[in-house]
Design a protein around this ligand. Structure first.
Ligand SMILES: [Cu+2]
Length: 233
């Protein structure tokens, strides 16, 4: 019994030491750049709409798991600092994804660990959100047509896969982070991380089908560090 209590106290202390500390950043630098695909990008496949065609069939559905632009920029890659302990405060108080035309919009959403995610249902049909995660409890909930919003909490930092049990092609990701130095690339593969305290960091790039790549990055006061990372199959 005593041993259990001691272990619990130890874990509590470790968590406090590792927790991210948000505050004012003086002389922060910027990390900006592009994530590109190396080689010939595979074409997006058309996903057949097998259900609720009157709503889901309004849009053409092309595979959402790898989108490479004309200049090889990878859309929806997640860029984050993985060893940052201190820096700016979070400004997102609540994150939102919508189910619109039977697509999760955005495909990748960022939220604060311990924060809330609003899951909207603009379609007005039955969706069933089903999440896959290691650290956070899995969610498997029907969202009937009259239920305009479901609000869910995610306590732990990790990337959670989101699917819909009603529509097999629907796919999204929730990036739960305990610090705000995380960005999703735009349709040109570009990202920016701003107000980073000067220092040496590990920058991680993650893409759902291409995996992870980590590299060192140095941030200098009031300076922009340019980064280019290539990912491939
Ligand atoms: Cu659905």
């Amino acid at each position: 019994m005593t041993a259990t209590v001691a272990a619990a106290v130890c874990l509590g202390t470790a968590a406090q030491v590792l927790a991210y500390e948000g505050g004012e950043v003086k002389g922060g630098g910027t990390i900006a750049g592009t994530i590109t695909f190396s080689g010939t990008a595979p074409a997006r496949k058309e996903l057949p709409v097998t259900k609720d065609k009157e709503v889901c069939g309004k849009k053409q559905h092309l595979s959402y798991d790898l989108i490479v632009g004309p200049n090889k920029g990878i859309e929806n890659a997640v860029v984050s600092l993985i060893d940052v302990k201190k820096g700016k405060k979070w400004t997102i108080t609540k994150a939102t994804i919508d189910q619109n035309g039977c697509v999760y919009e955005p495909h990748v959403v960022i939220m604060q660990a311990g924060g809330e995610l609003d899951i909207l249902n603009s379609d007005g049909i039955l969706h069933n959100i089903h999440t896959y995660s290691k650290l956070n409890p899995s969610i498997n909930k029907a969202q009937p047509k009259f239920k305009k919003v479901l609000t869910e909490k995610f306590a732990k930092s990790e990337i959670v896969k989101v699917t819909c049990d009603a529509h097999s092609w629907m796919l999204g990701w929730v990036v739960v982070s305990d610090h705000p130095y995380v960005a999703v690339t735009n349709d040109k593969g570009e990202f920016t991380l701003s107000d980073v305290p000067p220092g040496h960091y590990k920058l991680e790039v993650w893409q759902e089908t291409l995996g992870k790549k980590v590299q060192d990055v140095v941030v200098r006061a009031n300076h922009e560090t340019k980064i280019h990372v290539e990912l491939t199959k």
